[in-house]
Write a new protein. Structure first.
Length: 179
């Protein structure tokens, strides 16, 4: 699950989501988690915004991880791209990939093609740049060089057992981009 503007991480919404996840076969929920230092080193613009986002989402994520794991719902180790919303491009992704160290990672972006008459989702050309980055040979080479493997969410997130259960901790070693 990835709610628009991350509304799903609000404690009231997240609690309801955790209660309904098994009923609706939701194996994982996206909780933004991105190293601020990496985000700033890749693009130092909008420093105050990135710092504020990092602080707010760190608090929401801390609570969210506990709540979701109690419910047996998987959560990626890192979600990159939040601090680069609308500005993800080939250079950003190619420079990010070698820095990823967590096992299960997601890249947050909004790839799209612009069609005349359709409303945009973000800055002019952002969707096209993000789509180009995702299919770029340079990014594919960086992915391979970093030893990362692409998978889908269902393959990356096996159903995590509830923490209170006697079963072992969930195996989250497979990911959308993993080392």
């Amino acid at each position: 699950v990835d709610g628009h503007l991350h509304l799903h991480v609000h404690p009231v919404v997240l609690d309801a989501l955790a209660e309904l996840a098994h009923e609706y076969d939701i194996p994982s929920v996206r909780l933004p988690a991105e190293e601020l230092g990496i985000a700033i080193s890749l693009d130092p613009r909008r420093l105050a915004t990135k710092a504020a986002q990092a602080a707010i989402f760190a608090l929401l994520r801390r609570r969210g991880v506990r709540r979701l794991r109690r419910a047996g719902i998987a959560v990626a180790d890192r979600v990159y791209g939040l601090h680069q919303t609308g500005r993800v491009d080939e250079d950003y992704v190619a420079r990010l990939l070698p820095r990823i160290e967590a096992e299960w990672n997601e890249l947050y972006c909004h790839p799209a093609r612009d069609f005349p008459g359709e409303p945009r989702n973000g800055p002019v050309g952002a969707g096209e740049r993000e789509l180009a980055a995702l299919v770029s040979p340079r990014v594919r080479e960086a992915l391979t060089a970093a030893g990362l493997i692409l998978t889908g969410s269902r393959q990356a997130a096996p159903r995590a057992p509830a923490e209170s259960a006697a079963s072992p901790a969930p195996d989250l070693s497979h990911g959308e981009a993993r080392s």
